[in-house]
Write a protein that binds this ligand. Structure first.
Ligand SMILES: C[S@@+](CC[C@H](N)C(=O)[O-])C[C@H]1O[C@@H](n2cnc3c(N)ncnc32)[C@H](O)[C@@H]1O
Length: 299
């Protein structure tokens, strides 16, 4: 892979585009394998630093949005927040800095250790627990705000687990509290590989990231995902990749699921621009969806 195919003004921005892979130009004397680096497989959540560097580019924007959404939609006065699948803790750290009392859970111990260490280093605190986001209870606490962004919800591969997740979050929220849930809906028709590419750097560790999703299997409701990192640190460059499956949602499938959890009502919809002044319509144009779900007073 080249050092960067993006002009300087696009560095550190996520760039989304659709590409249809076609045959690439073959230079005389060069085979495809000469030009393509070999990617070793790795578990990106077991080495949280690189994930964190690359996803941290949006943390401030997302945290600003979460606070504005809370002000606008939550009836709760609690400054307590919950992040299911909190990962490296980038958002927990940012919200703890803003005086939120934060709780995060994740099923990956490496991610949780990373989150713990960074909070300790910043002399901040949050409750962190190892748990599955589709089967958790947080006794003795209620939350005014819960959130789960960047399509993490789509890791739950069955309707039962997805519904159970929503029920767990609803049980943890104070009545009137909100759940901000952001994930990609399936645009129809999808014929191309979708590709998102950006790069970031921290403390002389540079990471270039390419995330691709293949056209979904609409019957099985699965989309094949691949992430590739080019990591440059201490003069060495590593090429690593990981693969996973996401569950897919059309707007109708999402509405059907949400209808099974009456404790949560959809009160507004935004997109990944995280602009609190620009609500989105619930229509087929909506792809990068951020739903504001409110826990009903009666539940
Ligand atoms: C894309 S990262 C998101 C991390 C964090 N929420 C953020 O916005 O940066 C996905 C996280 O989900 C966690 N995860 C995936 N499936 C999970 C599950 N069933 N229960 C809890 N955590 C899960 C992974 O370990 C990983 O940390």
């Amino acid at each position: 892979m080249e050092a960067s195919i993006w002009p300087v003004h696009l560095i550190c921005q996520r760039v989304s585009f659709r590409s249809q892979y076609s045959a690439t130009l073959q230079l005389p004397g060069h085979t495809e394998s000469d030009r393509m680096p070999q990617y070793e497989t790795f578990e990106w959540y077991d080495e949280p630093l690189y994930y964190d560097i690359i996803f941290d580019t949006e943390t401030e924007t997302e945290a600003n949005f979460l606070e504005l959404a809370y002000e606008r939609y939550s009836d709760s006065k609690l400054s307590t927040c919950l992040e299911p699948a909190c990962g490296s803790g980038r958002l927990l750290l940012e919200l703890a800095r803003r005086d939120w009392q934060c709780t995060g859970l994740d099923n990956n111990s490496h991610m949780l250790d990373f989150a713990r260490q960074r909070l300790r280093k910043a002399k901040l605190s949050a409750s962190l627990l190892e748990a599955d986001m589709s089967a958790f209870r947080i006794p003795g606490k209620k939350f005014g705000l819960a959130y789960c962004l960047v399509s993490t919800f789509k890791y739950l591969l069955s309707e039962t687990r997805a519904r159970s997740h929503l029920e767990c979050v609803a049980a943890a929220l104070q009545p009137g509290g909100i759940y901000v849930l952001g994930f990609h809906l399936t645009p129809l028709p999808v014929e191309h590989i979708e590709r998102e590419e950006w790069q970031a750097e921290r403390d002389e560790v540079a990471v270039e990231c390419v995330i691709e999703s293949w056209p979904p299997d609409l019957k099985r409701r699965r989309e094949k995902m691949r992430n590739r990192f080019q990591i440059t640190e201490k003069g060495n460059t590593r090429y690593v990749e990981n693969h996973w499956q996401f569950r897919t949602y059309t707007l109708a499938q999402w509405q059907k699921l949400l209808g099974q959890v009456p404790q949560l009502q959809m009160v507004a919809v935004y997109d990944f621009h995280y602009d609190i002044h620009t609500e989105r319509e619930l229509d087929q144009e909506l792809i990068d969806a951020v739903f504001i779900l409110k826990k009903t007073q009666a539940s």
